[in-house]
Structure formats: C-alpha cells, structure tokens
Design a protein around this ligand. Sequence first.
Ligand SMILES: N[C@@H](CCC(=O)N[C@@H](CS)C(=O)NCC(=O)O)C(=O)O
Length: 202
Amino acid sequence: MKLYDLNASPNARRVRIFIAEKAIDIPVQDVDLATGYNKTEDYLTKNILGRMPLLELDDGTCISESHAICRYLEETYPNPPLMGRTPVERAHVEMWNRRMELELLHPLINMFIHSHPMWKDTRTQIPDWADVCQRHAIETLGWLDRSLEGREFIATDDYTVADITAQCSILMGKAVGVRVPETHSNIAEWWGRVTSRPTARA
Ligand SMILES: N[C@@H](CCC(=O)N[C@@H](CS)C(=O)NCC(=O)O)C(=O)O
C-alpha cells in the first residue's frame, strides 16, 4: 500500500490520524503541489480529480476520498474500531462524521478558497460566499458545543472518525482565523482530550 499525502491538507490529515490510531505502517509519498505531479497523466489515472489523499493498494487499486480510505482501513484493520461497534453506534458515527464534514470542514475550506489570494488564479472567488461560509462554521461551533455537554467524544463514548474530522476542521479553522470562542467550554475540554492523544500530530 502507499498513501499519496499532502502535508497541509485537512483531508489528508484525517487519514493520517486514522492510520496512526490503527497503528498501521503505510509508506507515504508526499505530493508537492508546486511540481504539479497531481495534475500529471500518471496521477490523474489514479484520481481523476487530481487530489490527495489517495491510497494505492498493492494490486494497483486506487481509493480516493478521505472517508472512503478510512472505511477501507476500518474493514481491513478492524481494531481499534473507529467507526462504531454496533449498528446504532455505526449510524451515529456516520451521522456525526457527515455533520462535521458538511457543516464545519467544508464551510471552512470554502471560506479559504473564496478569500485567500493563493486561489485567485485557479478558482472563481466570491468574497460574499467566504463570509457566508465563515458564519456557517461559527454557527456549527455553537451547536457542537451544546451537543458536547456531558460527553467525552462526539459520536459515541469512544474516540471515532467523527472526532478526527472535527479535530482537523478546527485546525483548519485556526489556519483561516476562525477560532473556537472562549465561551465554548465543552469544545475546549473535548479539544484537550483529543489533542492529548499521541496521534494528534500525525
Ligand atoms: N473530498 C476529498 C477532498 C480532497 C481534496 O480536496 N484535497 C485537496 C487538499 S484538502 C487537494 O488535494 N487539493 C489539490 C488540488 O485541488 O490541486 C476528500 O475528502 O479526500
């Protein structure tokens, strides 16, 4: 197996933390955007979207989309379980992971794409959309904080992929200047728990 990685990417970080939690040894190829390797014919046959992360299996099968990679790894390395132990837990993990991806990570990524100069030549930027996305992410942090009242982790009593997605979203928020308000003490306590895990810096 080989992981095509992009160091600064929040989606690639989701997969790196997942792999570290499973303690799987997977060789990594760091893709340097400056070389344009991810837009070459060679890479585009692996992922037509030219994006990272991507997991290449030993028989050449390629899996992209961070959650699909995590799903494959969960099926092939079930311990420790990071996607729930029972049907209800698995549904809750899926529910919360989607919420964290759609309601927190994507708004933050869109805010970045629609406001940062690095994207001005490759994407159509709509500054008002960046503002809308920022407000969306801030609103999500509000209801996430209320949901974490009395809970150790986001989806179940254990650390799961939903925590990983939220963790990577909050790091993305820091990078684009959206910080968790100090009043959100439930998120602050959860953040302390997840970032004290040895895998947090994967
Ligand atoms: N939905 C995909 C998103 C992948 C993605 O957008 N990756 C970005 C980094 S976060 C990338 O490779 N960008 C390089 C480019 O678009 O050229 C996932 O979850 O893996």
